[in-house]
Write a protein of this length. Structure first.
Length: 390
C-alpha cells in the first residue's frame, strides 16, 4: 500500500444502526399482594391493547441534515454530537439538544468527537507553497488547539476521549516515509503506539470514551490492513480462533469492551464485518455488512454498510444480536419510519449511540450527498420495577 493511501481518511462508506431495546421477560412472584397482581394484569392488558391499536405508529424519526454536502463520520457515545466534513472544505458539528448545524472552516479536517462535543481532526497551514496537516482538537465555543510534541511534520487526530486524549496518524507531509499510530495527552504530548510490525504503516482510528482502549490497524508485510487493539500500552493483533487476521478496526463501545471492524473472511470462506468482545476474546462474523463503524454499549447492535462491489453496493446495514443483519431500508420500514422520497440511502451508517437510540449516516438527498440522523423512540417503562411485557 502506498503511503498516500494509508493517510487518506476513510470515506466512512456506510453506516447505520440501532440498538434493539432489551426484551426482558419476568414472571410474577407470588409474594406480590393480590391487589398489585390485579393492577399489573390490567396494566398489561392495556399495554397490549395500545400496542395492537398502534402498529402503524412510527417508532422513530428520520432527520435530514439541512447543510448540503455534509458527510457525518462519527457520533459521540452519548448521542449528543455528530461530526463530519463538508464538500466546501470545512468541518461540521451537529448538536442534538438544539439541532444546530455548525460549519467549522477553522477545522477543515474533522474526524472524531467526544461526549462534550470536542472535535478531533487537523488544521491546515501552508509553508513554501506546501500544505501541512497538523493534528488538532476543537472544543465547543473555542478555537483549534494544535497537538504538541509532534512526531513528524504532519498529523491527523482521528478520535478523542472524554479526558482529552487524542489518537490518530503521524506522517511526513510529502507522503514519503513512515506513517505511524499515535496517542496524545496534554501532559506527555504525542507518543508512538507500539505495533508488532514497526516497519509497516499503522494508524489509531478510535478510542473509548473512558480513554482505556484504542483500536486501529497495522499493515501486514503485503500491505493489507489488519486490526490492532491497544490496552494498557500493549498492542494486540486481532485474529479469530483459527489465527486468521481481520481487517482494520473502525468502531468501539463507550467502555472499550467491544470493537468492530471490516473485511473479515473466516476459514470456511464466509465474509463480512466483525465484532470482538474484549472480555471473552470471542469474535463474531457479521454477514452482509462489509464495513462496521459503530457499536452499542452492550455489543448488541452494530451499524455499517456493504462494500463497493457488493449487491446491493454501498447499502447501509444494521446488525442486531437477536435478529442478524438487515438493510437499513428494511429496518426503517419495519419501524414505520418514513424516509423522504427524494432520498437514496446508498452510502452508509457511521455511528450509533451507546444506548442505540441515535444513529447517523449519509447518502444522497435532494441536494446531492447529504447526511441524516435517525432518532429511535425509547420503549415506555410499563412498570417501575422493570417488568416489561414484551
Amino acid at each position: 500500500m502506498d503511503n498516500e493511501c494509508a493517510l487518506r481518511p476513510l470515506p466512512r462508506e456506510c453506516r447505520v444502526a440501532h440498538a434493539a431495546p432489551s426484551r426482558r421477560t419476568a414472571a410474577f412472584e407470588v409474594r406480590f399482594p393480590f391487589r398489585q397482581v390485579i393492577m399489573r394484569v390490567l396494566l398489561l392488558s392495556a399495554a397490549v391493547s395500545l400496542g395492537l391499536s398502534g402498529l402503524a405508529h412510527a417508532s422513530g424519526v428520520f432527520i435530514p441534515i439541512e447543510t448540503p454536502g455534509v458527510q457525518l463520520t462519527k457520533l459521540s457515545a452519548n448521542g449528543a454530537y455528530a461530526v463530519g466534513t463538508t464538500f466546501g472544505g470545512g468541518g461540521f458539528r451537529w448538536v442534538a439538544a438544539t439541532g444546530a448545524e455548525e460549519v467549522l472552516p477553522e477545522m477543515p479536517i474533522a474526524l472524531g468527537i467526544n461526549n462534550s462535543g470536542t472535535i478531533a481532526g487537523a488544521v491546515v497551514t501552508t509553508v513554501d507553497d506546501m500544505e501541512y496537516q497538523l493534528g488538532a482538537l476543537l472544543p465547543q465555543g473555542s478555537t483549534p488547539t494544535q497537538l504538541t510534541s509532534p512526531l513528524d511534520d504532519a498529523s491527523n487526530a482521528y478520535d478523542v476521549s472524554d479526558d482529552g486524549t487524542a489518537v490518530g496518524l503521524s506522517f511526513v507531509h510529502d507522503f514519503i516515509g513512515r506513517a505511524i499510530a499515535f496517542v496524545w495527552t496534554a501532559g506527555e504530548g504525542m507518543t508512538a503506539l507500539p505495533v508488532n510490525r514497526p516497519d509497516t504503516y499503522s494508524r489509531a482510528n478510535v478510542i473509548s470514551a473512558d480513554g482505556g482502549t484504542i483500536a486501529g490497524w497495522n499493515d501486514q508485510e503485503d500491505g493489507s490492513r489488519t486490526a490492532v487493539i491497544w490496552k494498557d500500552g500493549v498492542a494486540l493483533d486481532v485474529v479469530d480462533r483459527d489465527g486468521i487476521a481481520v481487517g482494520e478496526a473502525d468502531g468501539i463501545s463507550v467502555d472499550g469492551r467491544y470493537v468492530v471492524g471490516s473485511s473479515y473472511m473466516d476459514i470456511e470462506g464466509n465474509s463480512g464485518a466483525w465484532l470482538r468482545d474484549g472480555n471473552t476474546g470471542s469474535l463474531v462474523l457479521l454477514p452482509v455488512m462489509t464495513f462496521a463503524f459503530g457499536v452499542t454499549r452492550d455489543g448488541g447492535t452494530v451499524v455499517g454498510n456493504t462494500g463497493f462491489f457488493d449487491d446491493p453496493a454501498r447499502a447501509a446495514v444494521i446488525w442486531r444480536k437477536p435478529v442478524g443483519s438487515m438493510l437499513l431500508a428494511d429496518f426503517l420500514a419495519d419501524q414505520q419510519i418514513a424516509v423522504p422520497a427524494e432520498w437514496d440511502l446508498s452510502g452508509g451508517l457511521t455511528g450509533i449511540s451507546a444506548d442505540g437510540y441515535t444513529i447517523v449516516g449519509w447518502g444522497t438527498g435532494p441536494n446531492g450527498q447529504s447526511s441524516y440522523v435517525i432518532k429511535l423512540d425509547k420503549p415506555d417503562a410499563v412498570f417501575a420495577d422493570g417488568f416489561d411485557p414484551r
